[in-house]
Design a protein around this ligand. Structure first.
Ligand code: 5AD
Ligand code: SF4
Length: 448
């Protein structure tokens, strides 16, 4: 077997794509390794969302280029969104790269590898091909843990003015519900207890079944929740505009759907939201949050924020801080605006100075992390079901997730990976919880 090392940057969809690339290369003789040093093939699965993410790729390529002369026949591939956005410029900038393959064409990797092995030179695939990538991919063969990702929707038609996604991932596309169901069943057979449905705009899901009917995400969730052995469902990332009534109702009705929602707002200023082309206001977002919380009282919210978007005044930023105080998030991600080539906002005249962005980011992050700490602190003394995912750092410890996605550490649970147990939280650590089993150990589980 040849050795394959894949390094993944960026979002969860890239994590999913990396696993699918491994599935694709296993039949042609590649087995995963966890270091590039002895790899026959290295794939960097890249992210283009902010300049920093994209630049990291070139420094990693520089390191890999030095390894190449020592390893006869080693192949270097750049996949993902930098590959899509920069194409052959990557090879011009780093000639050690053999293959460049975009997120919609990686199912062609085996042919590309064969071509380079046969004829030398480079191979480049950054078209959005007519055939369906998902039809061309083999069944999942990679190791599946207690939690798994499943892409149900890709691409975006929203065109937020800061964002590269419509250009790197293409237009919105939804997979057929039957195809998703069989992939979900296979993941569960292979050990998944929780599946996170992925899409750049996941709640715009509109997959057509064989009868020609279009399914909403809510209908898909209700269907998948019936798969025996599947205990938990999540989905990400949602756009506020597509948070339909039936999806909100699913949060009320479907027990397997976890009470946690990542619902990016980006800004609390209507002027900035308009300039971002977000298609919602601060007020419509707040009213939406109220409706979702009315359907599921214990739902925790998370969000993404951009500070220093072109034209953002002190008053605009104050409006973001005000919205954060009103919503009270359990978790959130915040970023300084990074101009991306080819996006409308990058050409705006009123770019914000770096020091102003820094100060705003610091203030926002202080507020958000205070809210996260308070949310975690409220969990002390509570009992909650925890799905155990992996051994902890200390011997005999295991780590799982609460329904609200918090990591939970428990002693004496090393053999409980994949099980859900009730845990009473007795300590709140900076970014995680610690607890003890609240349910009596089950005789059968102990006997195994
Ligand atoms: N600059 C900074 N942050 C960005 N994001 C997307 N594009 C940019 C950009 N150009 C953030 C948004 C999005 C998250 C995935 O990344 O907040 O929701
Ligand atoms: Fe990065 Fe967006 Fe591409 Fe994911 S879809 S890898 S976040 S640019």
């Amino acid at each position: 077997m040849k050795k394959l090392f894949i390094k993944t940057y960026g979002c969860q969809m890239n994590v999913y794509d990396s696993a699918r690339m491994a599935d694709l290369l296993t039949p042609i003789g590649y087995a995963a390794t966890d270091t590039p040093d002895d790899a026959d093939m290295v794939i960097l699965n890249t992210c283009h969302i902010r300049e920093k993410a994209a630049e990291k790729v070139y420094s990693e390529l520089g390191r890999l280029a030095k390894l190449k002369p020592q390893r006869d026949g080693m192949l270097i591939a750049v996949a993902g969104c930098v590959a899509q956005a920069e194409g052959k410029e990557i090879i011009a900038r780093q000639p050690a790269v053999d293959l460049v393959v975009g997120p919609q064409s990686y199912h062609r990797l085996p042919e590309m590898i064969a071509k380079v092995a046969r004829a030398g030179g480079h191979a480049l695939e950054t078209e959005f091909p007519a055939e369906d990538k998902f039809d061309a991919l083999p069944e999942a063969a990679h190791e599946v843990g207690a939690t798994a990702f499943l892409t149900v929707q890709e691409g975006c038609d929203k065109f937020c003015t800061f964002c590269v996604v419509p250009y790197t991932r293409g237009v919105e596309y939804s997979r057929a519900p039957e195809q998703i169901r069989s992939e979900a069943e296979r993941l569960v057979e292979r050990g998944a207890r929780e599946i996170t449905l992925l899409g750049q705009n996941v709640n715009a899901y509109a997959g057509r079944d064989a009868a020609g009917e279009t399914w909403t995400l809510a209908r898909l969730i209700r269907r998948l929740a019936g798969i025996p052995g599947l205990a938990r469902l999540r989905y990400t990332t949602s756009h506020p505009r597509d948070m339909s009534d039936d999806l909100i109702a699913a949060h009320r009705d479907v027990d397997a759907l976890m009470p946690y929602l990542h619902l990016p707002v980006q800004s609390g200023s209507d002027a900035i939201l308009e300039a971002m082309n977000r298609q919602h206001t601060a007020d419509t977002y707040l009213r939406l949050v109220d409706r979702i919380r009315a359907a599921r009282k214990d739902l925790a919210l998370s969000s993404d924020f951009i500070v220093g978007f072109p034209g953002e005044s002190d008053a605009d930023f104050a409006a973001t801080m005000k919205l954060v105080r009103e919503v009270n998030y359990a978790q959130a991600f915040s970023f300084k605006y990074s101009p991306r080539p080819g996006t409308p906002a990058a050409a705006a005249r009123k770019q914000i100075p770096e020091d102003v962005k820094d100060a705003r980011l610091q203030a926002l992050q202080a507020l958000l992390s205070g809210q996260q700490d308070a949310f975690n602190a409220r969990c002390a003394g509570k009992t909650m079901p925890v799905l155990f995912e992996k051994p902890g750092r200390r011997a005999g410890q295991a780590v799982g997730r609460s329904p609200w996605l918090q990591p939970v550490h428990v002693d004496g649970a090393a053999n409980l990976i994949g099980q859900i147990r009730d845990v009473r939280i007795d300590a709140v650590l900076p970014n995680s919880l610690k607890g003890v089993f609240a349910d009596a150990p089950r005789e059968k589980a102990l006997a195994i």
